[in-house]
Design a binder for this molecule. Structure first.
Ligand code: B4P
Length: 192
C-alpha cells in the first residue's frame, strides 16, 4: 500500500491536485471536506452538526471526522492506497489515523505540504465563492477564520509527521500543472 497525505491551508490546492494524483497513482481519495459536504447535502444529523462549525470557518469536532474516516477505511478493504485530503487537521486526528492504519498493518508513507501566501489563499477562495455555492467561501471574514484555525490547530500536524521524516514542502503557487509535476517528483522519489 502507499498512503499519502496532501496537506496545506484552505485554498492551497489540495482538492485540485488530489483529482490529478488519484488518476495518476490509482489511490482512493478521502477528502473529509467532501464527506462532510455530502452529509450536509443529505441532511443527516452529522451534516447538521458539521454545518454549524463549517459556516463559521471552524474545524468540525475530532470525533466526528475520525468516525467518518474510520468508516471510509472499512468501506474500502481492497484499496491499494489512500490519498488523505484535508485530514488530519489536528494532532488528535493524526494519532487516530496512525492507529487506524496500524490495524490495517500499514501507515503514512509521505506528507506533501503545499505552501501558499495568505493573500493568494484569500483571493483564490473568494474567487471560488463566486461559483461554488459554498457558504464558507463567500465571506472574507470566514475565510480568514479558516486560515486562523489552520495556523493555530492544523499547522502543528506537519511537525507531528516531521518527527518521522515524512514531510516534503512543495511550493503551491504557479500553474496547476507545474505544481502537479513537483508533487509527482516527490512521490516517485519516495516510491523508488
Ligand atoms: P475542505 O473541503 O478541506 O476545503 P479547503 O481546505 O477550503 O479546500 P482545498 O484546499 O481543497 O481547495 P483547493 O485549494 O483545491 O474543508 C472545508 C471545511 O470542512 C473546513 O473549513 C472545516 O470546517 C471542515 N473540515 C474538513 N476536514 C476537516 C477535518 N479533518 N477536521 C475538522 N474539520 C474539517 O481550491 C481552492 C481554489 O483555488 C479553487 O478555486 C481552485 O481552482 C484554486 N486553485 C487551486 N490551485 C491553484 C493554482 N495553482 N493557482 C490558482 N488557483 C488555484
Amino acid at each position: 500500500m502507499f498512503n499519502l497525505i496532501l496537506f496545506g491551508p484552505p485554498g492551497s490546492g489540495k482538492g485540485t491536485q488530489s483529482e490529478k494524483l488519484i488518476a495518476r497513482y490509482g489511490l482512493r481519495h478521502l477528502s473529509t471536506g467532501d464527506l462532510l459536504r455530502s452529509e450536509i447535502a443529505n441532511e443527516t444529523p452529522l451534516g447538521t452538526e458539521a454545518k454549524n462549525f463549517m459556516d463559521k470557518g471552524q474545524l468540525v469536532p475530532d470525533e466526528v471526522v475520525i468516525g467518518m474516516i474510520s468508516s471510509a477505511l472499512e468501506a474500502n478493504p481492497a484499496a491499494k492506497g489512500f490519498l488523505f485530503d484535508g485530514f488530519p487537521r489536528t494532532e488528535a486526528q493524526a494519532e487516530a489515523l496512525d492507529k487506524l492504519l496500524k490495524l490495517k498493518k500499514t501507515g503514512i508513507h509521505l506528507m506533501l505540504a503545499l505552501e501558499v501566501s495568505e493573500e493568494e489563499l484569500v483571493s483564490r477562495l473568494l474567487n471560488r465563492g463566486k461559483t461554488s455555492g459554498r457558504s464558507d467561501d463567500v465571506n472574507e471574514n470566514i475565510i480568514r477564520s479558516r486560515i486562523a484555525e489552520y495556523n493555530s490547530k492544523t499547522s502543528a500536524v506537519a511537525e507531528y509527521y516531521r518527527k518521522f521524516d515524512k514531510v516534503k514542502q512543495v511550493k503551491g503557487e504557479g500553474s496547476i500543472d507545474e505544481i502537479f509535476a513537483e508533487l509527482c517528483t516527490q512521490i516517485d522519489k519516495k516510491k523508488g
